[in-house]
Ligand binder design. Structure first.
Ligand SMILES: Cc1cc2nc3c(=O)[nH]c(=O)nc-3n(C[C@H](O)[C@H](O)[C@H](O)COP(=O)(O)O)c2cc1C
Length: 160
């Protein structure tokens, strides 16, 4: 059983959860790098606005083939209560995802808004079967309970 753990992360929180999952489930990490340059100010003013409008940034890798994986995980930071523009582009870039089971998660300061509903719907439109969603507020990043909740969504795909 193999899991692709696909994530975007700027300040490391979403990466931390992705790395935990990779260790716990023997999964493969696929980091998505947004190619639009934001500084600390424009990330909020421009990036946050683009997230709010559901826009997409160019990403590396430009194409993500998950045909060889049994399940996928997609993790996004919350920007303006939405998935990041890089994660919006990630959904477009997925190949071989039809019929795959997925778990999705978001990390945020405190309020995720519609982030995981939007990401889940976008994935389902590509034929992905979303098993469940977990939000990690900043104070919950180390929570064993939350981490286990995410792992349990992966069922037998997680080779613990
Ligand atoms: C542009 C921007 C917008 C954000 N908007 C929200 C928000 O709407 N709600 C929230 O709780 N946190 C918000 N945050 C905080 C991030 O979601 C949080 O720090 C997240 O864990 C960052 O993930 P990362 O470390 O993987 O990049 C925002 C951060 C940025 C940079």
């Amino acid at each position: 059983m193999t899991i692709a753990i696909i994530y975007h992360s700027v300040s490391g929180h979403t990466r931390e959860i992705a790395e935990y999952l990779a260790d716990t489930c023997d999964g493969m990490l696929i980091e998505i790098v947004g190619l639009t340059h934001y500084n600390a100010v424009t990330r909020y003013l421009v990036g946050g606005k683009r997230a709010l409008s559901g826009e997409k940034d160019d990403i590396d890798p430009a194409m993500i083939d998950v045909a060889d994986f049994d399940a996928i995980v997609v993790g996004t930071p919350v920007w303006a209560r939405h998935p990041t523009p890089a994660i919006n582009a990630t959904v477009d870039a997925l190949r071989g995802c039809e019929g795959k089971e997925a778990a999705i998660y978001a990390t945020c300061g405190a309020v995720a808004g519609d982030t995981l509903e939007l990401l889940g719907s976008a994935l389902e439109q590509k034929g992905v079967r979303v098993r469940g969603r977990v939000v990690f507020a900043q104070r919950e990043l180390q929570s064993e309970e939350k981490r286990n909740e995410l792992v349990s969504l992966l069922g037998t795909s997680c080779a613990q």
